[in-house]
Design a protein around this ligand. Structure first.
Ligand code: AMP
Ligand code: ZN
Length: 467
């Protein structure tokens, strides 16, 4: 399996630190509001990647955090006149509701920053001891120039960064590039006691600490959206490697951004949607399918038209699965061995399975993997009928279900049939009736009925309506 590593800017063969095991950390959300549709992209992508790693046999230790102490949380708490904990706990709950809807699995460990303050104080203390950090009036800064590799992930040069940096009057940094590890409380802010001041940690230190605590000093994969490359991930590398004196993460994976109608998502522009809002208009499965239909490193445009297209594509898969299920639940299939022709079709199906795996192994190309599923659906639609052998239909069915399942797409749920699919089935029913194959014609009537489609035989032909 090859994955694109932001650190080396190349696709690399994935070799885990420990055979058969993957240690993976994904930066989680700051919980001060409902998650937006952009946040859903890394959640769905890295959940599917985890599922694929598990499918190929790895035991995945998947850690992701909640940033539950932050300026935005405190601001919202003050606006509402409640505690910061009340805000963060409320949106952690809402986050889980959205993730359940999107079929994102719970992490192996899902720590909250506020529960890990002791570990942060310990790491900050170690960084000071090792000469990588210093304290000024209760604030602790990381001494960026003490880490010679600074900039290796984002490919930024510290001197270039410094040229554009300014020190705010209120700051006491030794160097404009130094960043905060610990800051003293302001009036009305939550705080913890530390050797430097009553205060709270900076954002970057939390991931270095939680990653080390739950996965060890060195991990296989660290992931998140591309906006996190700089400064968040760059700073995490500096803290972790300066403290542990070991390479932090071997592979860095970043998803590209999701835009709305080709524009950056922005509340003031009015093109900002929460996952909750979108899931009121679309089945969350459609949202998941939409995200996986593009490669995770390509920018993704979110629009009504593209969502409609995703909905129709997903329905095509689910309709085919529904038809296969229907065939398998009836007794029209031949209880004979797979015919020679069918075994040829199965070879084609295996070829498509292979194509799917090749795509997934090539930097998690879910777009090409889904294209292989569509070819399989076509194979099923053309070749599986009540004249087929049960063993053949069963095999095709199981393969489609498995390939969808790896991507976290349920195939069990009944979806609305597309008008075109209904017309096609009605046509097939008419042909069956003409050929006096009443078993098949009844089968089709019942299949449609199961999906809420009622047929009416009139003198002018067959009419149908959704019940
Ligand atoms: P945040 O709560 O802003 O830290 O974001 C949580 C995760 O969502 C991070 O991995 C971000 O990189 C990612 N993210 C935020 N906005 C977008 C977007 N528009 N498209 C894709 N990923 C995003
Ligand atoms: Zn992080």
């Amino acid at each position: 399996m090859r994955i694109y590593n932001t650190l080396t800017q190349k696709k690399e063969e994935f070799i885990p630190l420990e055979e058969g095991k993957v240690r993976m950390y994904v930066c989680g959300p700051t919980v001060y509001n409902f998650v937006h549709i952009g946040n859903a992209r890394p959640a769905i992508i890295f959940d599917s990647f985890r599922r694929y790693l598990e499918y190929v046999g790895y035991q995945v230790n998947f850690v992701t955090n909640f940033t539950d102490v932050d300026d935005k949380i405190i601001k919202k708490a003050n606006e509402e006149g409640v505690s910061a904990t009340e805000i963060s706990e409320r949106y952690i709950k809402e986050f889980r509701t959205d993730m359940d809807a999107l079929n994102v699995k719970e992490a192996t460990v899902h720590p909250k920053a506020t529960q890990e303050i002791d570990g942060m104080i310990e790491m900050i203390g170690d960084l000071i001891k090792k000469g990588h950090a210093y304290e000024k009036n209760g604030t602790v800064y990381f001494k960026t120039r003490s880490f010679p590799d600074y900039g290796k992930l984002s490919k930024k040069k510290i001197d270039d960064l410094e040229a554009g940096a300014r020190i705010a009057v209120s700051e006491e940094k030794e160097d404009p590039m130094d960043f905060v590890l610990w800051k003293p409380k302001k009036e009305g802010e939550p705080f913890w006691t530390s050797p430097w001041s009553e205060g709270r940690p900076g954002w970057h230190i939390e991931c270095s600490v939680m990653s080390r605590k739950y996965l060890g000093e060195q991990i296989d994969i660290h992931a998140g959206g591309e906006d996190l490359i700089f400064p968040h991930h760059e700073n995490e590398i500096a803290q972790s490697e300066a403290c542990n004196e070991k390479e932090f993460a071997r592979y860095w994976m970043h998803n590209a951004f999701l835009n709305i109608d080709n524009k950056k998502m922005s509340k003031s522009e009015g093109n900002f949607f929460t996952v909750r809002e979108i899931c009121e208009q679309y089945d969350p499965q459609v949202v998941r399918f939409f995200m996986l239909n593009s490669h995770y490193r390509s920018p993704l445009n979110f629009s009504k038209d593209l969502m409609e297209a995703a909905k129709n594509s997903l329905t095509r898969i689910l309709t085919a699965v529904g038809q296969l299920e229907f065939l398998l639940s009836g007794n029209s299939l031949a209880e004979t061995k797979i015919t020679e022709q069918e075994s040829e079709f199965l070879k084609d199906a295996q070829g498509l399975h292979e194509k799917y795996k090749v795509a997934m192994d090539d930097d998690f190309n879910t777009a090409d993997a889904i294209a292989a599923i569509f070819e399989l659906v076509k194979l099923a639609n053309t070749n599986c009928s009540s004249d087929s052998s049960r063993a053949f239909v069963q095999e095709v069915y199981e393969l489609i279900v498995k390939l969808c399942d790896i991507l976290g797409i349920f195939t069990k749920k009944e979806e609305e049939l597309l008008d075109a699919d209904i017309e096609k089935l009605i046509e097939e029913r008419q042909t069956a009736r003409k050929n006096k194959n009443f078993q098949r014609s009844d089968e089709i009537r019942n299949l449609l009925l199961d999906q809420g489609i009622v047929l009416e035989d009139t003198r002018e032909g067959v009419r149908w309506k959704r019940s």
